[in-house]
Design a protein around this ligand. Sequence first.
Ligand SMILES: C[S@@+](CC[C@H](N)C(=O)[O-])C[C@H]1O[C@@H](n2cnc3c(N)ncnc32)[C@H](O)[C@@H]1O
Length: 227
Amino acid sequence: MNRNAQLRKIVEEVGEDLIWRPVHDFEKTRLTDGVGHDIDGIDPAFTTLSFKGKTVCDLGCNLGHFSFHAHEHGAAKVVGYDMEPKVIEGARKLAELHSISGVEFRVCDFAEEPADETFDMGMLIDILGKINISKGFLKSILKGLESRSRSEMLLTFRPLYHVEKHFGMSNSDFIRLYPEAVIENDHFDLLGYVQQLFSRRWNLIYLSREIKPEHQYKRTVFFERRP
Ligand SMILES: C[S@@+](CC[C@H](N)C(=O)[O-])C[C@H]1O[C@@H](n2cnc3c(N)ncnc32)[C@H](O)[C@@H]1O
């Protein structure tokens, strides 16, 4: 089987509904759009980050888009974690097909399972969203990130959510779920929540250009552990 056919097989085996970003074959033909492609808002500032010589974990890695990005940009070691076995199998096959060593993929629910390893940098790209937040997973996801990150944490997320519209619940139900949450004008300040949770041990550094949060769909946020 040629390499493009192998790629098509990987996409078929994983299933398009589980693939988050577009996948292209070696001739740049798009094999699948990825279910999240229309809401991608990674800030260009992300690409200026240094991965050189660092060990990196990519939590909720899906097919490893950012795991491979960190590897290409000089990371010494990368481990991608995802709870979907089919996705991890696909990511491993992609690495093999592209002859990439130095990137490993592990099946793991990082919000539930204790850290098996720690890394210089932890990445949480596009994981905090309507579903995870309304199910009450926000804090355990952020703790899962922190417990695996020794020096740096990189996150992308939408900074403000309309509680009723996005989570389908009243403000008071939301506060019962997240007693520390701040709601103003019916909006949950996720950026403030994340910042507050990490404030004792981490310095917040924005990577996104300074645009009013309500005018920006998603922000890239970087934390450094305090000395
Ligand atoms: C929205 S996609 C983002 C994928 C990737 N970070 C990217 O930006 O291309 C979310 C991925 O995270 C995984 N995921 C969500 N919660 C998880 C958890 N608690 N543990 C492990 N994987 C998780 C899902 O299976 C899915 O593959």
